[in-house]
Design a protein around this ligand. Structure first.
Ligand SMILES: NC(=O)c1ccc[n+]([C@@H]2O[C@H](COP(=O)([O-])OP(=O)(O)OC[C@H]3O[C@@H](n4cnc5c(N)ncnc54)[C@H](OP(=O)(O)O)[C@@H]3O)[C@@H](O)[C@H]2O)c1
Length: 337
């Protein structure tokens, strides 16, 4: 398999392989983890031209940063390391999530991430969620100070609206917006994508495989293990799941017709959003714990969907039932006007 092509995130941002790797599931949320296979997957990804590796301080409550740290250090010049702050957890309550955008918190969070990762600088530092009670300019101002201090190279935001992206970008250039974007999840197109086009900000779609649902890997949360995070997501439970699973059929049919897999079709659709919307770059970060799926997913970078396929996929998102999260209050959707 040959190496994938590269693109730039944002006007002055880092150059990365056109597909990144989501590392979250290697430590938590999506079933059992296997450190040996996870580390082999990271190495294989880099061999195949993946350079954007995505983690966050909350994944495994720091464990995911610790897991990928030695890999990042071993290949520091090639790896574009992305991590995030803003979501607080509590050891005594696994379900608790607090959003913290305070400048003082940001200064502490970056040092904790740098320590766990064992590096001097983070290439792309995202605000994971927005707390509307803290002025955005103050939070982005604090992030900009981290750039000035040499702790961070580029800034990103996750789950913000178009007006928020504009406000942040006026304080300091934003290289990338990381938000959920897939055949089933298109809320980002409402205001954030047009703003990103205007500002030259790249899109880094998370959960481009709909957390695995678009691949047909599971059709109902009941098929997943007891601690699996997806068991709590409305889209994957009860009647919602039954209806949504039927919506995966067109993806599978297109895959059969093109001699591809459903995962590759879902990823190709996301990649082609760059051209559809006029974005400078769209770099999806599918998550996987294993080399076999990584290689399958990278195969999508050579797949191009035609007008007929795009038209078949176009109406699906509007037919999806159930929310992306059980609690949508901290998503960008909640603040869209
Ligand atoms: N900014 C945010 O708020 C946010 C939220 C969620 C995620 N993220 C980031 O985005 C990354 C990707 O999102 P995600 O992991 O939630 O969802 P995803 O990439 O849509 O799907 C990942 C799931 O699909 C499975 N999978 C991967 N490739 C497959 C294939 N070819 N065939 C069948 N199943 C396949 C994986 O299982 P296996 O491991 O078994 O392959 C995993 O369960 C995360 O790792 C994380 O870094 C960010």
């Amino acid at each position: 398999m040959s190496s994938i092509e590269t693109t730039r995130l944002g006007t002055g941002g880092p150059v990365v392989g056109v597909q990144g790797l989501g590392c979250m599931g290697m430590s938590e949320f999506y079933g059992p983890t296997d450190t040996g296979e996870a580390l082999a997957t990271l190495e294989r990804a880099l061999e195949l031209g993946v350079t954007l590796f995505d983690t966050a301080d909350i994944y495994g409550s720091g464990a995911n940063e610790e897991l990928i740290g030695p890999f990042v250090r071993a290949h520091r010049e090639q790896v574009v390391l992305a991590t995030k702050f803003a979501i607080e957890r509590r050891a005594d309550d696994p379900a608790y999530r607090g959003i913290n955008n305070d400048p003082a918190y940001i200064r502490k969070a970056v040092d904790a991430s740098l320590r766990r990762l064992g590096v001097d600088v983070i290439d792309l530092y995202y605000m994971h969620r927005r707390d509307p009670d803290v002025p955005l300019a103050e939070s982005v101002g604090a992030m900009a100070e981290l750039v000035a201090a040499g702790k961070v190279r580029h800034l990103g935001l996750s789950e913000v609206t178009g007006p928020e992206l504009r406000e942040a970008h006026a304080v300091h250039p934003i290289a990338a917006l990381q938000s959920e974007w897939s055949v089933f999840a298109r809320g980002v197109e409402r205001s954030a994508v047009p703003a990103a086009v205007e500002l030259g900000v790249a899109l880094v779609p998370y959960s481009p495989l709909g957390r695995g649902f678009l691949t047909g890997a599971f059709a109902d949360a009941g098929q997943l293990g007891a601690g699996d995070f997806r068991r709590n997501l409305p889209q994957f439970t009860g009647e919602n799941a039954a209806g949504n699973a039927e919506l995966v059929t067109p993806i599978r049919k297109i895959a059969e017709r093109l001699g591809a897999t459903a995962a590759q079709v879902a990823l190709a659709w996301v990649q082609q959003r760059a051209e559809v919307h006029g974005l400078t770059a769209v770099v999806p970060i599918p998550g996987t714990r294993r080399r076999s799926r990584l290689e399958e997913n990278l195969g999508a970078t050579r797949l191009v969907l035609g007008a007929e396929e795009l038209a078949e996929l176009e109406p699906l998102a509007a037919e999806v039932s159930g929310g992306r999260y059980a609690d949508m209050s901290s998503t960008a959707d909640a603040r869209e006007v």
